[in-house]
Design a protein around this ligand. Structure first.
Ligand code: PMP
Length: 354
Protein backbone atom coordinates (compact mmCIF):
# COMPACT_ATOMS: atom_id res chain seq x y z
CA UNK A 1 0.00 0.00 0.00
CA UNK A 2 1.24 3.48 -0.85
CA UNK A 3 2.23 5.35 2.30
CA UNK A 4 1.84 9.05 2.90
CA UNK A 5 4.70 9.98 5.20
CA UNK A 6 3.98 12.97 7.44
CA UNK A 7 6.73 12.13 9.93
CA UNK A 8 8.30 15.08 11.76
CA UNK A 9 11.80 13.77 11.33
CA UNK A 10 13.55 11.68 10.25
CA UNK A 11 11.13 12.09 7.42
CA UNK A 12 10.33 11.63 3.76
CA UNK A 13 13.10 12.18 1.22
CA UNK A 14 12.75 12.35 -2.57
CA UNK A 15 12.26 8.90 -4.16
CA UNK A 16 15.01 9.43 -6.73
CA UNK A 17 17.44 10.41 -3.99
CA UNK A 18 16.64 7.23 -2.06
CA UNK A 19 17.14 5.20 -5.25
CA UNK A 20 20.52 6.73 -6.03
CA UNK A 21 21.63 6.54 -2.39
CA UNK A 22 20.77 2.86 -2.14
CA UNK A 23 22.67 2.13 -5.37
CA UNK A 24 25.71 3.97 -4.01
CA UNK A 25 25.73 1.73 -0.94
CA UNK A 26 26.27 -1.19 -3.30
CA UNK A 27 28.54 0.63 -5.73
CA UNK A 28 29.42 4.29 -6.04
CA UNK A 29 29.33 5.63 -9.61
CA UNK A 30 30.82 2.51 -11.23
CA UNK A 31 34.04 2.48 -9.17
CA UNK A 32 33.56 -1.10 -8.01
CA UNK A 33 33.33 -0.08 -4.35
CA UNK A 34 30.60 1.03 -2.00
CA UNK A 35 30.28 4.62 -0.87
CA UNK A 36 30.58 3.39 2.72
CA UNK A 37 33.72 1.31 2.23
CA UNK A 38 36.00 3.88 0.65
CA UNK A 39 38.31 6.33 2.38
CA UNK A 40 36.84 9.70 3.19
CA UNK A 41 40.15 11.05 1.81
CA UNK A 42 39.57 9.35 -1.58
CA UNK A 43 39.09 11.71 -4.49
CA UNK A 44 35.57 10.35 -4.92
CA UNK A 45 34.47 11.29 -1.42
CA UNK A 46 36.39 14.57 -1.28
CA UNK A 47 34.50 15.66 -4.38
CA UNK A 48 31.18 14.63 -2.77
CA UNK A 49 32.01 16.72 0.33
CA UNK A 50 33.10 19.68 -1.80
CA UNK A 51 29.92 19.48 -3.81
CA UNK A 52 27.72 19.24 -0.71
CA UNK A 53 29.42 22.28 0.81
CA UNK A 54 29.18 24.37 -2.32
CA UNK A 55 25.56 23.36 -3.07
CA UNK A 56 24.54 24.44 0.44
CA UNK A 57 26.03 27.91 -0.07
CA UNK A 58 24.65 28.16 -3.60
CA UNK A 59 21.08 27.26 -2.60
CA UNK A 60 21.19 29.79 0.24
CA UNK A 61 22.61 32.48 -2.04
CA UNK A 62 25.72 32.82 0.13
CA UNK A 63 28.48 31.97 -2.31
CA UNK A 64 31.34 34.45 -2.26
CA UNK A 65 29.94 36.27 0.77
CA UNK A 66 32.44 35.13 3.40
CA UNK A 67 30.55 32.04 4.55
CA UNK A 68 31.71 28.45 4.98
CA UNK A 69 29.49 25.38 4.97
CA UNK A 70 30.40 22.45 7.21
CA UNK A 71 28.89 19.01 7.70
CA UNK A 72 29.47 18.00 11.29
CA UNK A 73 28.46 15.18 13.65
CA UNK A 74 26.37 15.36 16.80
CA UNK A 75 23.04 16.60 15.46
CA UNK A 76 21.57 20.03 15.95
CA UNK A 77 21.78 19.31 19.68
CA UNK A 78 25.56 19.56 19.62
CA UNK A 79 25.19 22.92 17.89
CA UNK A 80 23.33 24.19 20.96
CA UNK A 81 26.67 23.83 22.75
CA UNK A 82 29.05 24.57 19.87
CA UNK A 83 27.49 27.92 19.00
CA UNK A 84 27.94 29.07 22.59
CA UNK A 85 31.44 27.61 22.86
CA UNK A 86 32.58 29.54 19.80
CA UNK A 87 30.60 32.77 20.11
CA UNK A 88 29.57 33.39 23.72
CA UNK A 89 32.13 35.51 25.51
CA UNK A 90 29.99 37.38 28.04
CA UNK A 91 26.31 37.51 27.22
CA UNK A 92 24.00 36.06 24.61
CA UNK A 93 20.29 36.56 23.92
CA UNK A 94 17.83 33.77 23.16
CA UNK A 95 14.26 33.91 21.94
CA UNK A 96 12.45 31.06 23.65
CA UNK A 97 9.96 29.61 21.18
CA UNK A 98 9.81 26.03 22.41
CA UNK A 99 11.53 22.85 23.45
CA UNK A 100 14.48 23.20 21.09
CA UNK A 101 15.14 26.83 22.06
CA UNK A 102 15.04 25.78 25.71
CA UNK A 103 17.59 23.07 25.08
CA UNK A 104 19.83 25.60 23.33
CA UNK A 105 19.48 27.99 26.29
CA UNK A 106 20.42 25.24 28.75
CA UNK A 107 23.70 24.52 26.95
CA UNK A 108 24.60 28.20 26.53
CA UNK A 109 24.13 28.78 30.28
CA UNK A 110 27.08 26.46 30.87
CA UNK A 111 29.32 29.04 29.25
CA UNK A 112 28.08 32.54 30.02
CA UNK A 113 25.18 34.86 30.73
CA UNK A 114 22.03 34.14 28.82
CA UNK A 115 19.20 36.63 28.53
CA UNK A 116 15.83 35.33 27.46
CA UNK A 117 14.95 38.25 25.20
CA UNK A 118 11.39 37.02 24.58
CA UNK A 119 9.35 33.90 25.20
CA UNK A 120 5.99 32.41 24.25
CA UNK A 121 6.07 29.83 27.03
CA UNK A 122 3.03 31.28 28.81
CA UNK A 123 0.85 30.05 25.93
CA UNK A 124 2.59 26.72 25.49
CA UNK A 125 4.55 28.20 22.58
CA UNK A 126 1.60 28.55 20.25
CA UNK A 127 2.87 31.85 18.82
CA UNK A 128 6.09 33.70 17.92
CA UNK A 129 6.96 36.66 20.17
CA UNK A 130 7.21 39.96 18.29
CA UNK A 131 8.16 43.55 18.98
CA UNK A 132 10.76 42.75 21.64
CA UNK A 133 13.91 44.77 21.91
CA UNK A 134 17.33 43.25 21.51
CA UNK A 135 20.06 44.56 23.85
CA UNK A 136 22.97 45.94 21.83
CA UNK A 137 25.66 44.39 24.03
CA UNK A 138 24.92 40.76 23.17
CA UNK A 139 27.56 38.51 21.64
CA UNK A 140 24.74 37.12 19.50
CA UNK A 141 21.00 36.57 19.34
CA UNK A 142 19.82 32.97 18.94
CA UNK A 143 16.56 32.13 17.16
CA UNK A 144 14.76 28.96 16.14
CA UNK A 145 13.23 29.65 12.73
CA UNK A 146 10.72 26.79 12.83
CA UNK A 147 9.41 25.13 15.94
CA UNK A 148 8.94 21.55 14.84
CA UNK A 149 6.91 20.48 17.87
CA UNK A 150 4.54 23.44 18.13
CA UNK A 151 4.14 24.21 14.42
CA UNK A 152 5.14 27.87 14.58
CA UNK A 153 7.58 29.64 12.27
CA UNK A 154 9.25 33.03 12.36
CA UNK A 155 8.03 35.04 9.38
CA UNK A 156 9.85 38.28 10.12
CA UNK A 157 13.27 38.22 11.69
CA UNK A 158 14.31 40.97 14.10
CA UNK A 159 16.41 43.83 12.79
CA UNK A 160 19.48 43.99 14.99
CA UNK A 161 23.16 44.83 14.86
CA UNK A 162 24.20 41.86 16.97
CA UNK A 163 25.20 38.66 15.16
CA UNK A 164 22.25 36.39 14.40
CA UNK A 165 22.45 32.64 15.04
CA UNK A 166 19.57 30.51 13.84
CA UNK A 167 18.54 26.91 14.31
CA UNK A 168 16.90 26.11 10.95
CA UNK A 169 16.74 22.34 11.51
CA UNK A 170 13.15 21.97 10.41
CA UNK A 171 12.80 24.56 7.66
CA UNK A 172 16.19 24.84 5.97
CA UNK A 173 15.86 25.03 2.16
CA UNK A 174 12.07 25.36 2.36
CA UNK A 175 11.50 29.10 1.87
CA UNK A 176 13.31 32.13 0.55
CA UNK A 177 14.98 34.38 3.10
CA UNK A 178 17.82 36.82 2.98
CA UNK A 179 20.23 34.32 4.47
CA UNK A 180 23.00 36.90 4.56
CA UNK A 181 21.22 38.42 7.58
CA UNK A 182 22.43 35.44 9.58
CA UNK A 183 25.95 34.96 10.88
CA UNK A 184 25.51 31.31 11.72
CA UNK A 185 22.85 28.86 10.58
CA UNK A 186 22.65 25.24 11.65
CA UNK A 187 20.35 22.38 10.76
CA UNK A 188 20.29 18.66 11.43
CA UNK A 189 20.11 16.81 8.12
CA UNK A 190 17.12 14.64 8.95
CA UNK A 191 14.34 16.90 7.66
CA UNK A 192 14.97 18.60 4.34
CA UNK A 193 18.40 17.09 3.59
CA UNK A 194 19.08 13.47 4.37
CA UNK A 195 19.39 10.81 7.04
CA UNK A 196 20.29 11.70 10.62
CA UNK A 197 24.01 11.82 11.29
CA UNK A 198 25.14 15.03 9.61
CA UNK A 199 24.45 18.60 10.64
CA UNK A 200 24.85 21.49 8.27
CA UNK A 201 26.56 24.54 9.75
CA UNK A 202 26.86 27.69 7.65
CA UNK A 203 29.08 30.19 9.35
CA UNK A 204 30.32 33.65 8.46
CA UNK A 205 34.05 33.39 8.90
CA UNK A 206 34.57 36.82 10.40
CA UNK A 207 32.54 36.03 13.55
CA UNK A 208 35.00 33.31 14.56
CA UNK A 209 38.08 33.66 16.76
CA UNK A 210 36.62 36.29 19.08
CA UNK A 211 36.04 34.40 22.33
CA UNK A 212 38.72 34.20 24.99
CA UNK A 213 38.18 30.57 26.07
CA UNK A 214 40.11 27.63 24.72
CA UNK A 215 37.94 25.52 22.45
CA UNK A 216 38.38 21.73 22.21
CA UNK A 217 39.30 20.81 18.62
CA UNK A 218 36.13 18.90 17.76
CA UNK A 219 34.02 21.84 18.96
CA UNK A 220 36.04 24.52 17.20
CA UNK A 221 34.44 25.83 14.00
CA UNK A 222 37.74 27.38 12.88
CA UNK A 223 39.40 23.96 12.90
CA UNK A 224 36.56 22.42 10.91
CA UNK A 225 36.76 25.30 8.42
CA UNK A 226 40.52 24.95 8.08
CA UNK A 227 40.19 21.20 7.55
CA UNK A 228 37.43 21.69 4.97
CA UNK A 229 34.94 19.73 7.07
CA UNK A 230 37.31 16.74 7.22
CA UNK A 231 38.92 17.21 10.62
CA UNK A 232 37.85 13.66 11.41
CA UNK A 233 35.97 11.05 9.43
CA UNK A 234 32.74 12.73 8.35
CA UNK A 235 29.37 10.92 8.32
CA UNK A 236 29.91 9.91 4.71
CA UNK A 237 26.51 8.41 3.94
CA UNK A 238 24.56 11.30 5.47
CA UNK A 239 26.71 13.83 3.60
CA UNK A 240 26.24 11.96 0.32
CA UNK A 241 22.46 11.79 0.66
CA UNK A 242 22.33 15.47 1.67
CA UNK A 243 24.33 16.32 -1.45
CA UNK A 244 21.87 14.34 -3.62
CA UNK A 245 18.89 16.08 -2.01
CA UNK A 246 20.42 19.51 -2.54
CA UNK A 247 21.11 18.61 -6.18
CA UNK A 248 17.48 17.45 -6.49
CA UNK A 249 16.34 20.79 -5.11
CA UNK A 250 18.62 22.74 -7.42
CA UNK A 251 17.31 20.82 -10.45
CA UNK A 252 13.76 21.58 -9.33
CA UNK A 253 14.49 25.31 -9.43
CA UNK A 254 15.95 25.86 -5.98
CA UNK A 255 14.34 27.29 -2.88
CA UNK A 256 12.05 29.65 -4.85
CA UNK A 257 10.43 26.71 -6.62
CA UNK A 258 9.99 24.53 -3.54
CA UNK A 259 8.64 27.46 -1.52
CA UNK A 260 5.77 27.82 -3.95
CA UNK A 261 4.92 24.13 -3.60
CA UNK A 262 5.29 24.27 0.19
CA UNK A 263 2.91 27.23 0.34
CA UNK A 264 0.33 25.38 -1.71
CA UNK A 265 0.57 22.30 0.54
CA UNK A 266 0.28 24.42 3.69
CA UNK A 267 -2.65 26.44 2.30
CA UNK A 268 -4.50 23.25 1.51
CA UNK A 269 -4.29 21.84 5.03
CA UNK A 270 -4.75 25.12 6.90
CA UNK A 271 -7.88 25.98 4.88
CA UNK A 272 -9.32 22.63 5.86
CA UNK A 273 -8.43 23.14 9.54
CA UNK A 274 -10.05 26.57 9.45
CA UNK A 275 -13.23 25.57 7.65
CA UNK A 276 -13.82 22.16 9.22
CA UNK A 277 -15.46 22.40 12.68
CA UNK A 278 -14.15 18.94 13.62
CA UNK A 279 -10.61 20.35 13.77
CA UNK A 280 -8.92 23.30 15.44
CA UNK A 281 -5.43 24.61 14.75
CA UNK A 282 -2.89 24.88 17.55
CA UNK A 283 -0.61 27.68 16.31
CA UNK A 284 -1.59 31.36 15.96
CA UNK A 285 -2.66 31.97 12.36
CA UNK A 286 0.04 34.51 11.48
CA UNK A 287 2.79 32.26 12.84
CA UNK A 288 1.74 28.94 11.33
CA UNK A 289 4.56 26.82 10.00
CA UNK A 290 4.77 25.82 6.34
CA UNK A 291 6.47 22.63 7.48
CA UNK A 292 4.56 21.34 10.53
CA UNK A 293 0.79 21.83 10.81
CA UNK A 294 -0.40 21.17 14.38
CA UNK A 295 -4.09 20.61 15.06
CA UNK A 296 -6.58 18.96 17.37
CA UNK A 297 -9.81 17.14 16.94
CA UNK A 298 -12.65 19.06 18.61
CA UNK A 299 -14.84 16.04 19.33
CA UNK A 300 -12.94 13.27 21.09
CA UNK A 301 -15.59 10.76 20.09
CA UNK A 302 -14.38 11.05 16.48
CA UNK A 303 -10.73 10.38 17.26
CA UNK A 304 -10.81 6.59 16.79
CA UNK A 305 -12.70 6.92 13.50
CA UNK A 306 -10.19 9.50 12.23
CA UNK A 307 -7.22 7.34 13.28
CA UNK A 308 -8.70 4.32 11.51
CA UNK A 309 -9.43 6.32 8.36
CA UNK A 310 -5.85 7.63 8.32
CA UNK A 311 -4.44 4.15 8.80
CA UNK A 312 -6.57 2.72 6.01
CA UNK A 313 -5.41 5.48 3.66
CA UNK A 314 -1.73 4.77 4.39
CA UNK A 315 -1.18 8.00 6.33
CA UNK A 316 1.79 7.67 8.62
CA UNK A 317 3.39 9.83 11.30
CA UNK A 318 0.69 12.40 12.10
CA UNK A 319 0.46 11.98 15.86
CA UNK A 320 1.28 15.21 17.65
CA UNK A 321 4.27 15.52 19.96
CA UNK A 322 3.42 14.56 23.54
CA UNK A 323 3.85 18.16 24.74
CA UNK A 324 1.13 19.43 22.39
CA UNK A 325 -1.07 16.37 21.80
CA UNK A 326 -3.47 16.10 18.89
CA UNK A 327 -1.99 15.83 15.43
CA UNK A 328 0.96 17.18 13.51
CA UNK A 329 1.21 16.89 9.75
CA UNK A 330 4.80 17.53 8.72
CA UNK A 331 5.07 18.59 5.10
CA UNK A 332 8.75 18.75 4.32
CA UNK A 333 10.10 19.49 0.85
CA UNK A 334 9.84 15.91 -0.43
CA UNK A 335 6.23 15.34 0.64
CA UNK A 336 4.08 15.39 -2.50
CA UNK A 337 0.97 17.56 -2.74
CA UNK A 338 -0.96 14.34 -3.36
CA UNK A 339 -0.30 13.19 0.23
CA UNK A 340 -1.71 16.42 1.66
CA UNK A 341 -4.72 15.95 -0.61
CA UNK A 342 -5.34 12.45 0.78
CA UNK A 343 -5.21 13.75 4.37
CA UNK A 344 -7.49 16.70 3.64
CA UNK A 345 -10.03 14.41 1.92
CA UNK A 346 -10.18 12.27 5.06
CA UNK A 347 -10.61 15.34 7.24
CA UNK A 348 -13.57 16.54 5.21
CA UNK A 349 -15.06 13.04 5.05
CA UNK A 350 -14.88 12.94 8.85
CA UNK A 351 -16.86 16.15 9.06
CA UNK A 352 -19.66 14.49 7.09
CA UNK A 353 -19.65 11.55 9.52
CA UNK A 354 -19.56 13.80 12.60
N1 PMP B 1 16.20 21.90 16.58
C1 PMP B 1 15.03 21.66 15.99
C2 PMP B 1 14.21 22.82 15.48
C3 PMP B 1 14.59 20.35 15.82
O1 PMP B 1 13.43 20.10 15.22
C4 PMP B 1 15.39 19.28 16.30
C5 PMP B 1 15.01 17.83 16.14
N2 PMP B 1 13.79 17.52 15.75
C6 PMP B 1 16.59 19.59 16.95
C7 PMP B 1 16.97 20.91 17.05
C8 PMP B 1 17.48 18.51 17.50
O2 PMP B 1 18.09 17.88 16.46
P1 PMP B 1 19.03 16.61 16.64
O3 PMP B 1 18.14 15.48 17.00
O4 PMP B 1 19.67 16.50 15.29
O5 PMP B 1 20.01 16.92 17.71
Amino acid sequence: MKKHNFSAGPCILPKEVMQKASEAVLELDGIGLSLIEISHRSKEFVSIMDKARSLALELLGLEGKGYQALFLHGGASLQFLMTAYNLLDKKAGYVNTGTWSQKAIKEARLLGDVVEVASSQEHNFNYIPKGYSVPSDLDYLHLTSNNTIFGTQIKEFPETNVPLVCDMSSDIFSRQLDFSKFDLIYAGAQKNMGPAGATLVVVKEDILGKVSRKIPSMLDYSIHVKQESMFNTPPVFAVYVSMLTMQWLKDLGGIAAIEEINERKANLIYSEIELNPVFSGFAAKEDRSLMNATFNITDDALKDTFDTMCKEAGISGINGHRSVGGYRASMYNALPMESVGVLVDIMSELEKKG
